[in-house]
Design a protein around this ligand. Structure first.
Ligand code: PEP
Ligand code: MN
Length: 264
């Protein structure tokens, strides 16, 4: 089960040979909302590789609100991710939207993301329980903590112990920020579950100028890491342009987290 049986219980989830969630070091993952081209991902990886940022993100199957907008590059995007992963030696995460996509994605990435919209897709969660790779489970758009924890248990109870929780903001009445980052949930989950929990400030706030303060607050709260959207040309992002950091902003933000993490 996902709940702790004693206060010190902790699960460490490996991302690569040298990086793990839930250990002493925070894990920072950066990259675009969507993989758009090999050139785009080259620019991201070459800028982030020599920094403390340990992983890359990039969606290839995109759960878009409108069926008429860009849906992701699919297998072609997965090939780009696999190529970047191999050549830059950086672990990668991408979203899996359906059971049929699991095999191909699991073969090429280090951790499979379940998006907010699929947090309660129980057949998908059960299938991911049988995968030999860690799962990054994002909190549903309006999921209670009980629902979130049970969703994680669908994966655990079907055989996969490596689940990382991700708070990414929840629906509320004010759309000034895209969602409301629930840091109380992060503090609570740290107390009640043994699973690592990271924060996605990008989808929480939806505006690039609000990402850094929330990222810092997340680390101060005790989050085990962050997943943040950034892009070589943020305004040109094909999806979630308004919340994308530039690569320089991404690196600067990561540097600014060190003293906060050290103080937690
Ligand atoms: C994403 O990370 O690209 C994404 C779609 O996030 P969420 O599922 O949290 O909306
Ligand atoms: Mn996005």
């Amino acid at each position: 089960i996902a709940l702790k049986s004693h206060p010190e219980q902790k699960t460490i989830v490996p991302l690569s040979d040298t990086v793990a969630f839930g250990g002493r070091e925070i894990v920072v993952i950066g990259g675009p909302c969507a993989v758009e081209s090999l050139e785009q991902m080259e620019r991201v990886a070459s800028r982030l590789k020599p920094t403390p940022i340990q992983g890359l993100r990039g969606g290839v199957y995109k759960p878009r609100t409108s069926p008429y907008t860009f849906q992701g590059l699919g297998l072609e995007g997965l090939k780009i991710l696999a190529d970047i992963r191999r050549r830059y030696g950086m672990p990668v995460v991408t979203e899996v939207m359906s059971i049929e996509q699991i095999e191909a994605i699991a073969a090429h990435v280090d951790i499979l993301q379940v998006g907010s919209r699929n947090m309660q897709n129980y057949d998908l969660l059960k299938a991911l329980g049988q995968v030999n790779k860690p799962i990054l489970l994002k909190r549903g758009l309006a999921a209670t903590l009980e629902e979130f924890v049970y969703a994680a248990e669908y994966i655990l109870s079907h055989g996969n112990p490596n689940v990382v929780l991700c708070e990414r903001g929840i629906r509320s009445f004010d759309s000034y920020t895209r969602n409301v980052l629930d840091l109380g949930a992060v503090a609570a989950l740290k107390q009640i579950t043994h699973l690592p929990i990271i924060v996605d400030p990008s989808h929480a706030v939806g505006k690039r100028e609000l990402v850094a303060p929330m990222a810092k607050a997340a680390i101060a709260t005790g989050a085990d890491g962050l997943i943040i959207e950034c892009h070589p040309e943020p305004e040109k992002s094909v999806s979630d342009a308004r919340q994308a950091l530039s690569l320089e902003e991404m690196v600067d933000l990561t540097d600014s987290l060190e003293p906060i993490a050290a103080a937690v």
